[in-house]
Write a protein of this length. Structure first.
Lengths: 352, 367
């Protein structure tokens, strides 16, 4: 029996078949023959003319920019808000900080918090310690970095690439692995102290001031990352300069200091500032090695844990005043050396 | 990669020609002979300070720390131990405990636990019920907290940084000023700003005031760990944005404008352009940021110290806000071997994650 089972479902549900739909569509005026004479041609995209499109695009772009600026300004506000809050909290009294209605500007501008900080917190000592440690460790780092980067960039020797590869691999190792053993190392290394007109040998670098400072400086005299950074910079210096220096009878040593170091000075400045900031911000290691005498501390590890009253409640106004004193030098450095810092970080990305 | 290409294009023809001529007359053999074997000892002299320092403070510690992790009852003052053991890892993972008399007990031999799993009861060989004490700080708090911090802060901060960088790259004015503002958190002291966030998140602080939350505790004594974690994550994201924005922005500025012209001709929408042009071309920078921020998040420590001052918000005194690195640093002066074991575990985790990211990047990153 011949049974037409095409369009079975359509028949069952009494729906128009595809052929019927097409016929209905062609019956509409749009599908009839069109008289093209006497018509003008306008090119349209989604039913809009070119003029309209250009206008819409312009409006769209302006709207988009408004949205982008609003977003960026909002984010900038979030980024800056903690700084603002830090400043105004440092000018408030404890009762105002603790009041139910938070004020966005102190009702009484109170400078006494700063005076309290200077009286109770030995800011000068800590800053002095930090500067001594920071500058000496930075200068040492610069020296070792310049020498190593020079060797890797300019001199040929056996195993150069292998050693450089090993150095780079150490950057992957978390510093915590080293801290454990380094603490043991510095607590056992011998130290020579000048006392009573003679030299005295002491066991460990944790008991006298000069030894503790050495413990905060010497382990940080080398930075693989800065070696990498400076080597890249040294490699960009054209070979011809080296050859010219050789023709002039200059030694490698003279070439390094007279040509390479001056040419790489922007990178060296970046390294100097980043390293100094690293010393200013260092917390973990100083906190471990300065436990024997609070007056050996650096700024950051002296800051945390200070200014709580007898019942353990933090005194936020004074705390914030101290925080500002720690933050402002960093911001000043940033203002004056913005270019070096951002360029250094852009290529570095590793703090300290 | 795009940056190199543009640098090449920018090299003026004259310089290229000059380089060619100079290369032509360069006495290659003589130089390499001169700078070869003869310089060997000199090169080592230049490298000596760096190599000596690295040997003492990087290579030796690495080996020594791994060794300590496998030593029983290591005493760092006397430098003595009772030989090789795997117990330290067991202790760190909460699997090995000790009785008060120092007998080792495995966790699975205990029948019941008290004080959040710290004290376990077991029946000894003589049939007596005794207590064993376990270290739960790492397995219960440090590892989970570290993982939570990592998987919350890394994606969120990368996405926000991406939006900000794309926004900064598309505006015609105030570009430099805004860029500088967004960089400011980088040059701040993690401890100092952590203390500022402690003021913001105080129970009488501005966050509660602005959002009308009454006197909800976030970071104070008695606050639940998850709320302290929110405050901590907000702070970490805030602090980690500038670096990411800087890297992404430098990547964006190196993208050839032609790609966008092509996208415009194809009348691709802004979102499509971002997903199909910007993000793929930024993928090397995104990979770099992912790897560095994953490692950074695994090592989160100063943010906890800055914000909380101690690894706990719990009145009961448990270290519920420990991170792995916090635990390691707490162990440095006491049970070094446990700290070393935790450090080795952290190292392995970081290696695995970095390896996974490199593996994934082979398929996804366009160089």
């Amino acid at each position: 029996m011949a049974y037409d089972n095409r369009n079975f479902i359509q028949k069952l549900l009494k729906m128009p078949t595809a052929a019927e739909k097409q016929a209905a569509r062609e019956a509409k005026p749009e599908y009839q023959a069109i008289k093209t004479s006497g018509m003008t041609l306008t090119i349209k995209d989604r039913a809009k003319s070119a003029d309209q499109l250009a206008k819409a695009q312009k409006v769209g772009r302006i709207l988009w920019l408004v949205v982008v600026y609003a977003f960026l300004l909002f984010m900038a506000l979030i980024v800056l808000f903690p700084f603002y809050w830090m400043v105004i909290t440092s000018l408030k009294s404890t009762t105002e900080i603790r009041s139910l209605n938070q004020t966005f500007f102190p009702t009484h501008v109170l400078w006494s918090n700063y005076i309290t900080v200077f009286n109770s917190f030995d800011f000068g000592t800590y800053v002095g310690n930090t500067l001594v440690v920071g500058v000496i460790s930075t200068l040492g780092t610069l020296l070792t970095t310049i020498f190593a980067a020079f060797a890797f960039a300019r001199l040929n020797f056996k195993g150069r690439e292998a050693i450089f590869g090993i150095l780079l691999a150490t950057m992957m190792i978390p510093g915590e692995m080293m801290v454990i053993t380094n603490y043991i190392t510095v607590s056992r290394l011998p130290w020579f102290e000048f006392a009573n007109g003679g030299v005295q040998m002491i066991d460990g670098w944790l008991t006298t001031k000069s030894a503790v400072f050495a413990a905060m400086i010497v382990p940080f005299w080398v930075s693989v990352f800065y070696i990498y950074l400076l080597r890249q910079n040294f490699k960009q210096i054209p070979n011809e300069l080296y050859l010219a220096a050789k023709v002039d009878g200059k030694s490698d040593w003279q070439y390094l200091w007279k040509v390479m170091v001056p040419l790489a000075s922007p990178t060296l400045i970046s390294i100097f500032i980043l390293k100094l900031m690293g010393a200013w911000n260092s917390y973990v290691w100083p906190n471990l090695v300065t436990t024997n005498d609070p007056s050996w501390r650096l700024v950051t590890n002296a800051l945390r844990g200070s200014f709580t009253n007898s019942s353990g409640e933090p005194q936020y106004g004074i705390q914030m005043a101290a925080t500002i004193l720690v933050t402002v030098p960093l911001l000043l450095l940033f203002i004056f050396f913005r270019k070096y810092i951002m360029r250094g970080v852009g290529r570095a990305g590793i703090k300290g | 990669m795009a940056p190199e290409k543009t640098a090449q294009e920018k090299t003026p023809f004259i310089a290229k020609a000059k380089g060619f001529v100079v290369n032509l007359f360069k006495p290659k053999e003589r130089v390499s002979a001169d700078a070869g074997e003869k310089n060997n000892w000199k090169a080592w002299l230049y490298l000596a300070p760096c190599i000596i320092l690295l040997a003492v403070f990087t290579f030796y510690p690495l080996i020594n720390t791994i060794a300590i992790a496998f030593l029983k009852n290591y005493d760092y003052i006397q430098q003595t131990s009772e030989g090789f053991t795997l117990e330290n890892f067991g202790v760190v993972l909460g699997l090995v405990g000790y009785t008060q008399s120092g007998d080792m007990v495995m966790r699975w031999n205990c029948t019941s636990f008290r004080s959040g799993g710290v004290v376990g009861s077991f029946i000894d060989a003589g049939g007596v019920v005794r207590d064993a004490y376990f270290t739960m700080d790492v397995i219960k708090y440090a590892f989970p907290n570290t993982l939570i911090i990592t998987f919350i802060t890394v994606p969120i901060s990368i996405i926000i940084a991406l939006f900000i960088a794309i926004g900064l790259n598309s505006i015609p004015a105030f570009h430099k000023a805004l860029q500088t503002i967004f960089f400011v958190p980088y040059v701040t002291n993690a401890i100092a700003v952590g203390m500022v966030f402690a003021v913001l998140f105080d129970y009488q602080g501005i966050i509660n005031y602005l959002f009308g939350l009454g006197s909800l505790t976030w970071i104070d004594q008695g606050a639940p760990a998850w709320r302290a974690m929110i405050a901590l994550c907000v702070y970490i994201v805030w602090h980690s944005l500038p670096f990411k924005i800087l890297i992404l922005l430098s990547g964006l500025q190196n993208i050839d404008k032609q790609y966008y012209d092509a996208a415009k001709i194809d009348s691709a929408s802004g979102f499509k352009t971002m997903m199909n042009v910007t993000v793929p071309l930024l993928s090397p920078q995104i990979l770099y940021i992912m790897i560095t921020s994953f490692i950074g998040a695994f090592k989160e420590y100063t943010s906890v110290v800055g914000l909380l001052g101690k690894p706990s918000t719990d009145g009961g005194g448990t270290n519920n806000m420990y991170t792995v690195v916090y635990y390691i640093y707490d162990m440095v002066k006491g049970n070094v071997q446990y700290g070393a074991a935790a450090a080795v575990l952290l190292f392995i985790i970081i290696l695995i994650f970095t390896g996974i990211q490199f593996k994934v990047s082979k398929k996804r990153v366009h160089y």
